[in-house]
Design a protein around this ligand. Structure first.
Ligand SMILES: Nc1ncnc2c1ncn2[C@@H]1O[C@H](COP(=O)(O)OP(=O)(O)OP(=O)(O)O)[C@@H](O)[C@H]1O
Ligand SMILES: [Mg+2]
Length: 445
């Protein structure tokens, strides 16, 4: 059936056809007999090591998962084409296979091609891993029944499936990548994971709307959903957790994409600020929280005279609406003549900031460009801007300031404290401002 518009949510082109398999292939009986497999058990009867997680040699990866991967869990790693999903998981597979058994199933590349990549990745390794580990098994296969057979035979500790959209089950009529194939394949792998304890990593392609495999089918089936994101033209990649049954979400791991693969960035703030031009107008430093981790990022603003009736507002890495709000407040409350200016804002590093805590730095970058006055080089700015031009307090102030201090920043401009509960670092000059105007007069040279 062709249906242009969804009658429920009103969005266009979002309806996908799903072929319902005939009743002969429906495996679950409606009512189970007495001999049903499941049986309620007392919680005290359930034995085992409940803290057990497999440690991952890639620490940034482990951090995003909440300290390691839980055996029997299914982790989905999604991301745009070419962002580095296969690279990251092959690296993980190689490193884990030194002391565990890993099966890497690919529906996209031949075994030779995978080995070629593996050789390239480990050529740069300075450890003993130059020799390929014995515990790593590769197979190019898309038939899920065959894959299940391999898993039963090989009993790996870790399974990587690249990608779930290429897998298919014979008894379903639809093509690989369709909603029913993807959902059924993932459900089968989940059942297998729970029963055998193998930790499964699924690679998933993201559609252009940012959805993994259609209308969020996969997100519900798996335990953990990670997104690998980043600007294609930049080298930084962020691994972000958006759902995690076994750990906190919104943690992020930071990597750099090099020829040698995905290199962990141990000190992201330092890396993000590495190319900053000190004392250049139009640049301000914000401290944003990514999960529990504070990150310092440079925000650049540029204003140029516009010949358009509706001057451009171009955000790159910041939320469009927050940019509009900031420009509106700068125009009304500080009387900046932005109505005749095109305004560009860019977050250096390719990071996407959604936090209002970066408002003040965005405003400072724009104002600094407009007035051609640099922001003081050793100063960071933190705070949310309200519609009256007032500054609002944001959470995690201590963590943010500590990170800035570690990187050598001497001054912080923050909103006026309402409660004095937060401990602020001693070695930093912390200047509290009530309004955007006051904050900018402190921060700009
Ligand atoms: N020889 C090479 N040297 C340096 N970088 C390379 C090399 N080969 C590939 N790359 C990088 O690896 C990226 C591809 O990574 P990868 O194949 O892991 O992405 P992916 O997310 O799995 O993509 P897809 O969704 O298409 O499978 C390329 O964009 C390229 O930047
Ligand atoms: Mg790939």
């Amino acid at each position: 059936m062709a249906l242009g518009r969804c009658p429920q949510c009103g969005s266009w082109d979002s309806v996908v056809e799903e072929v319902i398999p005939g009743s002969s292939s429906t495996k679950t009986p409606k009512i189970r007999g007495i001999s049903a497999m499941s049986r309620p058990r007392k919680i005290t009867e359930i034995k085992g090591d409940f803290e057990e997680r497999l440690d991952l040699p890639i620490k940034e990866f482990a951090r995003v998962l909440g300290g390691g991967v839980v055996p029997g869990s299914v982790v989905l790693v999604g991301g745009d084409p070419g962002i580095g999903k296969s690279t990251l998981l092959l690296q993980l597979a190689i490193q884990m296979a030194h002391d565990r058994k890993v099966l890497y199933v690919s529906g996209e590349e031949s075994e030779r091609q995978i080995k070629m990549r593996a050789v390239r990745l480990s050529a740069f390794d300075d450890q003993e891993s130059k020799n390929m580990p014995d515990g790593l098994f590769l197979v190019t296969e898309t038939n899920l029944d065959m894959i299940m057979e391999h898993i039963r035979e090989l009993t790996p500790d870790i399974l990587v499936v690249d990608s779930i959209q290429t897998m298919y089950l014979d008894h379903l009529e639809s093509t690989p990548g369709s909603v029913s194939q993807v959902r059924e394949s993932a459900s089968r792998l989940r059942e297998l994971a729970k029963a055998s304890g193998v930790a499964v990593f699924l690679i998933g392609h993201v559609t252009k709307e940012g959805v993994i495999a259609g209308p969020r089918v996969l997100e519900h089936i798996v335990d953990t959903v990670l997104y690998l994101e980043g600007d294609r033209f930049q080298t930084f990649r962020l691994l972000r957790s958006v759902k995690n049954r076994f750990g906190a979400t919104s943690e992020v791991g930071v990597f750099e994409m090099r020829e040698s693969g995905m290199i962990e960035v141990k000190n992201p703030s330092e890396a993000f600020l590495a190319e900053r031009l000190v004392n250049a107008p139009g640049s301000a430093i914000a401290v944003t929280m990514e999960g529990t981790r504070p990150l310092l990022v440079e925000i650049q603003g540029l204003t140029t005279h516009s010949s358009l009736n509706n001057p451009r507002r171009t955000p790159n890495g910041v939320d469009f609406n927050r940019l509009l709000l900031t420009v509106a407040v700068l125009t009304r409350r500080l009387r900046l003549k932005l109505t005749e200016q095109d305004v560009f804002v860019n977050v250096v590093s390719g990071l996407k900031i959604s936090e209002p805590a970066a408002d003040l730095a965005i405003a400072a970058a724009i104002c600094s460009s407009m007035q051609d006055k640099p922001v003081k080089a050793d100063t960071i700015l933190i705070g949310e801007i309200g519609l009256s031009g007032e500054l609002r307090w944001v959470g995690h102030m201590t963590a943010r300031l500590n990170e800035a201090q570690k990187l050598g920043f001497k001054t912080a401009v923050i909103p006026k404290r309402v409660r004095k509960g937060e401990v602020l670092p001693d070695e930093m000059v912390v200047k509290e401002a009530r309004s955007l105007r006051e904050a900018l007069s402190i921060a700009l040279l």
